[in-house]
Design a binder for this molecule. Structure first.
Ligand code: 1CP
Length: 365
Protein backbone atom coordinates (compact mmCIF):
# COMPACT_ATOMS: atom_id res chain seq x y z
CA UNK A 1 0.00 0.00 0.00
CA UNK A 2 1.66 3.18 -1.20
CA UNK A 3 0.63 6.78 -0.55
CA UNK A 4 -2.91 7.86 -1.47
CA UNK A 5 -3.30 9.38 -4.96
CA UNK A 6 -4.07 12.78 -3.44
CA UNK A 7 -0.79 12.88 -1.48
CA UNK A 8 1.35 15.93 -2.43
CA UNK A 9 4.34 13.72 -3.23
CA UNK A 10 2.13 11.74 -5.61
CA UNK A 11 0.33 14.68 -7.27
CA UNK A 12 3.73 16.36 -7.63
CA UNK A 13 2.74 19.41 -5.57
CA UNK A 14 5.73 19.12 -3.22
CA UNK A 15 8.03 16.74 -5.08
CA UNK A 16 9.77 19.64 -6.88
CA UNK A 17 10.19 21.70 -3.70
CA UNK A 18 13.75 22.59 -2.65
CA UNK A 19 13.35 20.59 0.58
CA UNK A 20 12.20 17.34 -1.00
CA UNK A 21 14.74 17.64 -3.82
CA UNK A 22 17.60 18.28 -1.38
CA UNK A 23 16.57 15.37 0.85
CA UNK A 24 16.55 13.11 -2.21
CA UNK A 25 20.07 14.21 -3.11
CA UNK A 26 19.63 17.02 -5.65
CA UNK A 27 21.15 20.49 -5.30
CA UNK A 28 18.24 22.89 -5.91
CA UNK A 29 19.00 26.47 -7.10
CA UNK A 30 18.17 27.76 -3.62
CA UNK A 31 19.16 26.06 -0.41
CA UNK A 32 16.15 24.97 1.63
CA UNK A 33 16.01 26.21 5.22
CA UNK A 34 13.70 25.49 8.17
CA UNK A 35 14.22 25.54 11.94
CA UNK A 36 13.60 22.88 14.53
CA UNK A 37 11.08 24.36 17.01
CA UNK A 38 10.22 27.11 14.54
CA UNK A 39 6.69 27.00 15.96
CA UNK A 40 6.56 27.94 19.60
CA UNK A 41 7.49 30.44 22.18
CA UNK A 42 9.76 32.64 20.05
CA UNK A 43 6.59 33.80 18.23
CA UNK A 44 4.24 36.31 19.92
CA UNK A 45 1.38 35.04 17.73
CA UNK A 46 1.99 31.54 19.17
CA UNK A 47 2.01 32.76 22.77
CA UNK A 48 -1.25 34.58 22.10
CA UNK A 49 -2.97 31.51 20.63
CA UNK A 50 -1.79 29.24 23.45
CA UNK A 51 -3.21 31.34 26.30
CA UNK A 52 -5.49 29.12 28.39
CA UNK A 53 -4.76 25.89 26.49
CA UNK A 54 -2.44 23.20 27.86
CA UNK A 55 0.30 22.07 25.49
CA UNK A 56 -1.05 18.57 24.85
CA UNK A 57 -4.61 19.89 24.44
CA UNK A 58 -3.27 22.28 21.78
CA UNK A 59 -1.59 19.33 20.02
CA UNK A 60 -4.91 17.42 19.90
CA UNK A 61 -6.98 20.37 18.60
CA UNK A 62 -6.69 20.05 14.80
CA UNK A 63 -7.54 23.68 14.00
CA UNK A 64 -5.12 25.03 16.61
CA UNK A 65 -2.28 22.62 15.80
CA UNK A 66 -2.64 23.45 12.12
CA UNK A 67 -2.65 27.22 12.67
CA UNK A 68 0.43 27.01 14.94
CA UNK A 69 2.22 24.92 12.31
CA UNK A 70 1.52 27.56 9.66
CA UNK A 71 2.55 30.62 11.72
CA UNK A 72 6.34 30.34 11.21
CA UNK A 73 5.92 29.43 7.53
CA UNK A 74 3.98 32.64 6.89
CA UNK A 75 6.23 34.80 9.03
CA UNK A 76 9.70 33.56 8.06
CA UNK A 77 9.20 32.16 4.56
CA UNK A 78 10.92 28.92 5.55
CA UNK A 79 10.90 26.08 3.01
CA UNK A 80 8.85 23.66 5.13
CA UNK A 81 6.42 23.45 7.97
CA UNK A 82 7.10 21.04 10.81
CA UNK A 83 3.93 19.60 12.25
CA UNK A 84 3.12 21.18 15.61
CA UNK A 85 2.93 18.31 18.05
CA UNK A 86 5.26 16.64 20.53
CA UNK A 87 7.14 13.37 20.76
CA UNK A 88 5.01 12.35 23.77
CA UNK A 89 1.68 12.83 21.97
CA UNK A 90 1.44 9.19 20.76
CA UNK A 91 2.38 7.96 24.25
CA UNK A 92 -0.48 9.98 25.67
CA UNK A 93 -2.81 8.62 22.97
CA UNK A 94 -1.75 5.11 24.00
CA UNK A 95 -3.05 5.86 27.49
CA UNK A 96 0.10 6.84 29.40
CA UNK A 97 -0.43 9.51 32.05
CA UNK A 98 1.85 12.27 30.75
CA UNK A 99 1.59 16.04 30.62
CA UNK A 100 3.85 18.81 29.43
CA UNK A 101 4.73 21.11 32.28
CA UNK A 102 5.40 24.69 31.10
CA UNK A 103 9.06 25.59 31.30
CA UNK A 104 10.03 21.99 32.01
CA UNK A 105 8.80 19.45 29.50
CA UNK A 106 7.09 16.05 29.55
CA UNK A 107 6.35 14.65 33.04
CA UNK A 108 4.80 11.23 33.72
CA UNK A 109 2.27 10.47 36.45
CA UNK A 110 4.23 7.31 37.23
CA UNK A 111 7.53 6.40 35.57
CA UNK A 112 8.03 3.04 33.82
CA UNK A 113 10.68 1.28 35.93
CA UNK A 114 9.87 -2.45 36.10
CA UNK A 115 8.99 -5.36 33.86
CA UNK A 116 5.42 -5.18 35.21
CA UNK A 117 5.27 -1.47 34.24
CA UNK A 118 6.31 -2.37 30.71
CA UNK A 119 3.80 -5.24 30.54
CA UNK A 120 1.03 -2.82 31.47
CA UNK A 121 1.69 -0.52 28.49
CA UNK A 122 -1.14 -0.68 25.94
CA UNK A 123 -0.68 -0.59 22.18
CA UNK A 124 -1.81 2.57 20.40
CA UNK A 125 -5.34 2.26 18.96
CA UNK A 126 -5.06 3.69 15.41
CA UNK A 127 -8.45 5.41 15.88
CA UNK A 128 -6.86 7.61 18.56
CA UNK A 129 -4.72 9.23 15.84
CA UNK A 130 -7.76 10.86 14.17
CA UNK A 131 -6.94 14.39 15.48
CA UNK A 132 -3.40 14.04 14.10
CA UNK A 133 -4.68 13.00 10.68
CA UNK A 134 -7.17 15.87 10.61
CA UNK A 135 -4.58 18.46 11.70
CA UNK A 136 -2.13 17.29 9.02
CA UNK A 137 -4.81 17.32 6.30
CA UNK A 138 -5.84 20.87 7.20
CA UNK A 139 -2.23 22.03 7.25
CA UNK A 140 -1.24 20.45 3.96
CA UNK A 141 -4.28 22.01 2.28
CA UNK A 142 -2.96 25.45 3.30
CA UNK A 143 0.72 24.85 2.57
CA UNK A 144 0.31 24.41 -1.19
CA UNK A 145 3.69 23.62 -2.72
CA UNK A 146 5.54 23.83 0.58
CA UNK A 147 6.14 20.45 2.18
CA UNK A 148 5.08 19.53 5.69
CA UNK A 149 7.60 17.55 7.74
CA UNK A 150 6.10 14.90 9.97
CA UNK A 151 8.09 13.68 12.96
CA UNK A 152 8.28 11.27 15.85
CA UNK A 153 10.56 10.62 18.80
CA UNK A 154 13.03 7.77 18.51
CA UNK A 155 12.53 4.92 21.01
CA UNK A 156 15.57 5.83 23.12
CA UNK A 157 14.58 9.48 23.56
CA UNK A 158 11.04 8.40 24.48
CA UNK A 159 12.41 5.84 26.93
CA UNK A 160 14.54 8.57 28.48
CA UNK A 161 11.27 10.29 29.52
CA UNK A 162 9.33 7.10 30.29
CA UNK A 163 11.93 5.64 32.64
CA UNK A 164 13.11 8.87 34.23
CA UNK A 165 9.56 10.22 34.57
CA UNK A 166 10.58 13.61 33.19
CA UNK A 167 13.47 15.60 31.71
CA UNK A 168 16.86 14.51 33.03
CA UNK A 169 20.46 15.36 32.39
CA UNK A 170 22.21 12.07 31.74
CA UNK A 171 19.26 9.63 31.51
CA UNK A 172 21.04 7.40 34.01
CA UNK A 173 18.00 5.35 35.08
CA UNK A 174 17.18 4.59 31.48
CA UNK A 175 20.77 3.62 30.69
CA UNK A 176 20.88 1.46 33.82
CA UNK A 177 17.73 -0.41 32.77
CA UNK A 178 19.38 -1.07 29.40
CA UNK A 179 22.14 -3.04 31.14
CA UNK A 180 20.44 -4.31 34.30
CA UNK A 181 17.27 -5.59 32.61
CA UNK A 182 18.03 -5.96 28.92
CA UNK A 183 14.85 -7.90 28.15
CA UNK A 184 12.62 -5.36 29.83
CA UNK A 185 14.53 -2.64 28.00
CA UNK A 186 14.05 -4.34 24.64
CA UNK A 187 10.32 -4.69 25.23
CA UNK A 188 10.03 -1.04 26.29
CA UNK A 189 11.87 0.18 23.21
CA UNK A 190 9.85 -2.08 21.00
CA UNK A 191 6.63 -0.63 22.41
CA UNK A 192 7.97 2.90 21.93
CA UNK A 193 8.97 2.07 18.34
CA UNK A 194 5.42 0.90 17.67
CA UNK A 195 3.69 4.02 18.96
CA UNK A 196 6.22 6.36 17.33
CA UNK A 197 6.05 4.49 14.05
CA UNK A 198 2.24 4.64 14.00
CA UNK A 199 2.32 8.39 14.81
CA UNK A 200 4.81 9.02 11.99
CA UNK A 201 2.89 6.90 9.50
CA UNK A 202 -0.36 8.71 10.29
CA UNK A 203 1.28 12.06 9.49
CA UNK A 204 2.83 10.82 6.25
CA UNK A 205 -0.31 9.14 4.90
CA UNK A 206 -2.29 12.28 5.79
CA UNK A 207 0.02 14.41 3.64
CA UNK A 208 3.46 15.02 5.19
CA UNK A 209 6.20 15.04 2.51
CA UNK A 210 9.15 14.15 4.75
CA UNK A 211 9.61 12.30 8.04
CA UNK A 212 12.08 13.21 10.78
CA UNK A 213 12.97 10.89 13.64
CA UNK A 214 14.19 12.86 16.67
CA UNK A 215 16.66 10.97 18.84
CA UNK A 216 17.47 14.11 20.80
CA UNK A 217 19.20 12.40 23.71
CA UNK A 218 21.25 9.83 21.75
CA UNK A 219 24.40 11.74 22.77
CA UNK A 220 24.32 10.12 26.20
CA UNK A 221 25.02 6.68 24.67
CA UNK A 222 28.27 4.96 23.77
CA UNK A 223 28.52 3.77 20.18
CA UNK A 224 28.47 0.12 21.29
CA UNK A 225 25.31 0.58 23.35
CA UNK A 226 23.68 2.53 20.53
CA UNK A 227 24.34 -0.21 18.00
CA UNK A 228 23.41 -3.13 20.28
CA UNK A 229 20.45 -1.83 22.27
CA UNK A 230 18.96 1.21 20.54
CA UNK A 231 19.51 1.45 16.77
CA UNK A 232 17.51 -1.74 15.92
CA UNK A 233 14.46 -0.21 17.63
CA UNK A 234 14.92 3.09 15.79
CA UNK A 235 15.00 1.05 12.59
CA UNK A 236 11.71 -0.56 13.64
CA UNK A 237 10.13 2.87 14.14
CA UNK A 238 11.29 4.11 10.72
CA UNK A 239 10.24 0.85 9.06
CA UNK A 240 6.64 2.03 9.59
CA UNK A 241 7.13 4.50 6.71
CA UNK A 242 9.67 2.55 4.63
CA UNK A 243 7.10 1.43 2.03
CA UNK A 244 5.81 4.99 1.47
CA UNK A 245 8.86 6.38 -0.33
CA UNK A 246 8.90 9.50 1.82
CA UNK A 247 12.34 11.09 2.49
CA UNK A 248 13.60 10.25 5.98
CA UNK A 249 15.72 12.47 8.25
CA UNK A 250 17.40 11.22 11.44
CA UNK A 251 18.50 13.79 14.02
CA UNK A 252 20.25 13.65 17.38
CA UNK A 253 22.05 16.00 19.75
CA UNK A 254 25.64 15.21 20.77
CA UNK A 255 25.54 12.53 18.09
CA UNK A 256 29.10 12.92 16.76
CA UNK A 257 30.17 9.48 18.02
CA UNK A 258 27.22 7.74 16.36
CA UNK A 259 26.61 9.91 13.30
CA UNK A 260 27.54 7.16 10.88
CA UNK A 261 25.50 4.56 12.78
CA UNK A 262 22.49 6.90 12.68
CA UNK A 263 22.52 6.69 8.88
CA UNK A 264 22.68 2.88 8.81
CA UNK A 265 20.81 2.16 12.05
CA UNK A 266 23.82 0.03 12.95
CA UNK A 267 23.20 -2.36 10.04
CA UNK A 268 26.33 -4.55 9.82
CA UNK A 269 26.26 -4.35 6.00
CA UNK A 270 26.25 -0.53 6.32
CA UNK A 271 23.15 -0.14 4.15
CA UNK A 272 21.79 3.40 4.30
CA UNK A 273 18.49 3.57 6.17
CA UNK A 274 17.82 7.32 5.84
CA UNK A 275 18.08 10.07 3.22
CA UNK A 276 19.43 12.78 5.51
CA UNK A 277 21.13 13.13 8.85
CA UNK A 278 20.59 16.10 11.17
CA UNK A 279 23.84 17.32 12.70
CA UNK A 280 24.10 19.36 15.89
CA UNK A 281 26.42 22.40 16.22
CA UNK A 282 29.38 20.41 17.59
CA UNK A 283 30.48 18.68 14.38
CA UNK A 284 31.30 20.91 11.36
CA UNK A 285 29.31 19.76 8.33
CA UNK A 286 32.38 18.92 6.23
CA UNK A 287 33.57 16.68 9.06
CA UNK A 288 30.04 15.19 9.31
CA UNK A 289 30.25 14.30 5.60
CA UNK A 290 33.52 12.47 6.29
CA UNK A 291 31.76 10.47 9.00
CA UNK A 292 28.56 9.58 7.10
CA UNK A 293 29.87 9.24 3.55
CA UNK A 294 28.69 10.77 0.27
CA UNK A 295 25.25 9.19 -0.06
CA UNK A 296 23.48 11.23 2.61
CA UNK A 297 22.10 14.80 2.68
CA UNK A 298 23.18 16.78 5.74
CA UNK A 299 20.81 19.00 7.71
CA UNK A 300 21.98 21.69 10.11
CA UNK A 301 23.85 23.07 11.92
CA UNK A 302 23.74 26.75 12.89
CA UNK A 303 24.55 27.03 16.59
CA UNK A 304 21.33 28.16 18.36
CA UNK A 305 23.52 30.24 20.68
CA UNK A 306 24.56 32.38 17.69
CA UNK A 307 20.98 33.59 17.16
CA UNK A 308 21.47 36.12 19.95
CA UNK A 309 24.94 37.22 18.76
CA UNK A 310 25.44 40.49 16.81
CA UNK A 311 24.28 40.09 13.19
CA UNK A 312 27.79 40.20 11.62
CA UNK A 313 28.86 37.32 13.88
CA UNK A 314 25.73 35.31 13.05
CA UNK A 315 26.00 36.10 9.34
CA UNK A 316 29.63 34.92 9.18
CA UNK A 317 28.63 31.73 11.01
CA UNK A 318 25.71 31.00 8.63
CA UNK A 319 27.99 31.56 5.62
CA UNK A 320 30.54 29.16 7.13
CA UNK A 321 27.85 26.52 7.74
CA UNK A 322 26.71 26.82 4.10
CA UNK A 323 30.30 26.63 2.81
CA UNK A 324 31.01 23.46 4.81
CA UNK A 325 27.64 21.99 3.75
CA UNK A 326 28.96 22.28 0.19
CA UNK A 327 30.97 19.13 0.92
CA UNK A 328 27.76 17.06 1.04
CA UNK A 329 25.68 15.78 -1.89
CA UNK A 330 23.07 18.22 -0.66
CA UNK A 331 22.29 20.39 2.34
CA UNK A 332 19.16 21.48 4.22
CA UNK A 333 20.00 24.47 6.38
CA UNK A 334 18.70 24.29 9.94
CA UNK A 335 19.89 24.88 13.49
CA UNK A 336 21.96 22.35 15.42
CA UNK A 337 19.00 22.05 17.84
CA UNK A 338 15.74 23.88 18.50
CA UNK A 339 15.07 27.63 18.44
CA UNK A 340 15.67 28.99 21.97
CA UNK A 341 12.36 30.43 23.31
CA UNK A 342 13.85 33.89 23.87
CA UNK A 343 15.02 34.25 20.24
CA UNK A 344 14.09 37.48 18.43
CA UNK A 345 11.94 36.14 15.57
CA UNK A 346 13.08 38.91 13.20
CA UNK A 347 16.57 37.35 13.37
CA UNK A 348 15.17 34.03 12.10
CA UNK A 349 13.53 35.79 9.15
CA UNK A 350 16.83 37.46 8.36
CA UNK A 351 18.64 34.11 8.42
CA UNK A 352 16.11 32.72 5.92
CA UNK A 353 16.69 35.72 3.61
CA UNK A 354 20.45 35.29 3.89
CA UNK A 355 20.35 31.55 3.11
CA UNK A 356 18.05 32.16 0.14
CA UNK A 357 20.53 34.74 -1.21
CA UNK A 358 23.38 32.20 -1.23
CA UNK A 359 22.28 30.12 -4.23
CA UNK A 360 22.63 26.36 -4.26
CA UNK A 361 25.44 26.33 -1.71
CA UNK A 362 27.31 23.86 -3.92
CA UNK A 363 31.07 23.81 -3.43
CA UNK A 364 31.65 24.76 -7.10
CA UNK A 365 29.06 27.46 -7.52
O1 1CP B 1 8.23 23.75 15.57
C1 1CP B 1 8.49 22.58 15.87
O2 1CP B 1 9.67 22.14 15.88
C2 1CP B 1 7.33 21.61 16.08
C3 1CP B 1 6.99 21.30 17.40
C4 1CP B 1 7.74 20.36 18.35
C5 1CP B 1 8.61 19.29 18.14
C6 1CP B 1 9.22 18.83 16.84
C7 1CP B 1 7.48 20.41 19.73
C8 1CP B 1 6.60 21.38 20.38
N1 1CP B 1 8.13 19.37 20.34
C9 1CP B 1 8.85 18.69 19.40
C10 1CP B 1 9.64 17.49 19.62
C11 1CP B 1 10.25 17.25 20.94
N2 1CP B 1 9.66 17.30 22.18
C12 1CP B 1 11.57 16.80 21.12
C13 1CP B 1 12.51 16.52 20.00
C14 1CP B 1 13.05 17.78 19.45
C15 1CP B 1 14.07 18.48 20.31
O3 1CP B 1 15.06 17.83 20.70
O4 1CP B 1 13.88 19.68 20.53
C16 1CP B 1 11.79 16.64 22.49
C17 1CP B 1 13.07 16.19 23.17
C18 1CP B 1 10.57 16.96 23.15
C19 1CP B 1 10.30 16.90 24.59
C20 1CP B 1 9.90 18.24 25.09
N3 1CP B 1 8.65 18.76 24.88
C21 1CP B 1 10.69 19.22 25.72
C22 1CP B 1 12.16 19.07 26.10
C23 1CP B 1 12.31 18.82 27.58
C24 1CP B 1 13.72 18.39 27.96
O5 1CP B 1 13.93 17.19 28.24
O6 1CP B 1 14.60 19.26 28.00
C25 1CP B 1 9.88 20.33 25.93
C26 1CP B 1 10.24 21.62 26.59
C27 1CP B 1 8.58 20.02 25.40
C28 1CP B 1 7.39 20.92 25.32
C29 1CP B 1 7.19 21.53 24.00
N4 1CP B 1 7.10 20.83 22.81
C30 1CP B 1 6.84 21.71 21.79
C31 1CP B 1 6.74 23.02 22.36
C32 1CP B 1 6.42 24.27 21.58
C33 1CP B 1 6.96 22.89 23.74
C34 1CP B 1 6.91 24.01 24.77
C35 1CP B 1 5.54 24.02 25.30
C36 1CP B 1 5.15 25.29 25.92
O7 1CP B 1 4.69 26.19 25.18
O8 1CP B 1 5.31 25.36 27.15
Amino acid sequence: PALPDSHPLVTGRTSGSPLVRALRGDRPETLPVWFMRQAGRSLPEYRELRVGTAMLDACLDPALASEITLQPVRRHGVDAGIFFSDIVVPIKLAGVDVEIVPGRGPVLGSPIRTAADVDALEPLDPAALAPITEAVQRTVAELGEKPLIGFAGAPFTLAAYLVEGGPSKDHIRARTMMHAEPETWARLLDWAAGVSGAFLRAQVTAGASAAQLFDSWVGSLSRADYVASVAPHSATALAHVADLGVPRIHFGVGSGEVLHEMTTMGDPADTLAVDAVGVDWRVPLDEAVRRVGPGVTVQGNVDPAMLAAPWPVLEAHVRDVVRRGGAARSHVVNLGHGVPPETDPTVLTRVVELVHSLGSGAADG
